[in-house]
Write a protein that binds this ligand. Structure first.
Ligand code: GN1
Ligand code: MG
Length: 372
């Protein structure tokens, strides 16, 4: 029975992939990557050019208006390709392409009503879940800076808000409180640690939203999810060549991105480890990432942007911990999990990381002063 379902699913996948296969026959469709929200596949076609592409099923429980996600993506890719043409960049840099169906559409709805889209695959590139060296850290920073730089002249209002409340920490805190009101978590040391951790960090939640509301931090376009494995590296030069996963490119704060990039890049154990006791925030990596970032981002940053950098790093680590913990309490309804306590383990990692950030506040603030 299970096998039949698998065979059936595979046939359907080929039919779906074929909608986007403009340059040949579909040879294979394989599960790809480790996303927590959408389902991703690598499609191989039997053509010499444009051999591979990435096929994704958008999780419409999360992205309620997937058409708008595609619209944003097309506006973004069009703008960035134009900018790149006008730039004389002396290194490889690629922007993802939205692939159209044989009917000229940017998505395909299958017979079950599921929403599919295809994106170009960046050949001769790879990504990493964990930082390996300082050069790589600097490249990650460069990649985010380049990403922000290329959209710094695209007015935020041109893109739709495709995920309301995304990175608005007070909204996550409200949601957490609602979930907690009806949840009956077992009283383990791990759960109690998380409950106390959130309790102690309540006052942290509105810091970036207040800065935005008071005009200290301007609304800008952001990536939304610039974690380490969303940066692609050239397999031979080992230089960053692209930032992928454009679903959350929308109006927001560059601070969400800076915080997300650092909370992910400066955690040498990676966010999926179960060894949460040993989590540390590596300040050497932090310095490299910020140096790489500022080498291309300085021109559009203001004094206030620097003032809020430390807060952003601490807040986004805390926020992700809060999101994982709330989802654990809610019964794992948002992030994909491999086992029931997976989101609890992920939350512990982010809270420990936040603790390590707090313990090194002076060092991190000095790094920000030194690199600016
Ligand atoms: C989710 O699905 P993925 O892995 O690209 C999440 C991010 C989190 C990330 C943590 C839309 O991203 O916000 O930082 O997991 N994306 C959404 O790994 O919620
Ligand atoms: Mg993502």
């Amino acid at each position: 029975m299970t096998n039949n379902i698998k065979v059936q699913a595979r046939e359907n996948l080929s039919i779906i992939a074929d909608q986007f296969a403009l340059f040949g026959q579909v040879e294979s469709v394989q599960a790809f990557g480790s996303g927590n929200i959408n389902d991703t596949f690598l499609v191989t076609q039997n053509s010499l050019n444009k051999k591979n592409f990435v096929l994704q099923r958008i999780n419409t429980q999360v992205f309620h208006q997937p058409e708008l996600v595609m619209q944003n993506m097309r506006i973004f890719t069009e703008h960035v390709s134009q900018r790149l043409k006008k730039m004389s960049l002396n290194r490889r840099w690629e922007v993802l392409e939205v692939l159209l169906t044989k009917d000229g559409q940017d998505h395909y709805c299958d017979t079950n009503g599921l929403f599919w889209r295809a994106i170009s695959f960046i050949e001769a590139s790879e990504s990493f879940d964990i930082m390996h060296c300082n050069e790589q850290a600097r490249e990650i920073g460069y990649a985010l800076g380049m990403f922000h730089n290329l959209i710094s002249d695209l007015p935020p209002q041109k893109l739709a808000d495709t995920l309301e409340g995304f990175h608005i920490t007070p909204i996550y805190l409200n949601h957490y409180n609602e979930v907690l009101a009806t949840a009956t978590p077992s009283s383990t040391p791990e759960v109690n640690y998380c409950l106390e951790f959130v309790e102690k960090h309540y006052s942290l939640a509105p810091i970036l939203e207040n800065a935005k509301a008071s005009g200290q931090l301007p609304l800008r376009l952001m990536h939304g999810d610039p974690k380490i494995n969303n940066v692609m590296f050239d397999t031979s030069t080992k230089k960053a060549v692209s930032v992928i996963d454009l679903d959350t490119v929308k109006p927001g704060l560059v601070h969400y991105d800076i915080g997300d990039c650092l909370r992910s890049g400066c955690n040498p154990a990676g966010e999926e480890t179960e060894n949460w006791q040993s989590i540390i925030f590596d300040t050497d990596i932090c310095k490299e990432i910020l140096q790489g970032y500022l080498s291309v981002a300085k021109e559009f940053l203001t004094e206030n942007d620097y003032i809020y950098m430390y807060d952003a790093i601490r807040l986004i680590a805390f926020e992700l911990g809060l999101r994982f913990f709330a989802d654990y309490l809610a019964g794992n309804v948002y992030f994909k999990v491999k086992y029931p306590e997976h989101n609890l383990a992920r939350a512990l990692v982010q809270f420990k990381l936040t603790e390590s950030i707090e313990a090194q506040q002076t060092t991190i603030q000095k790094i920000i002063q030194d690199v600016k």
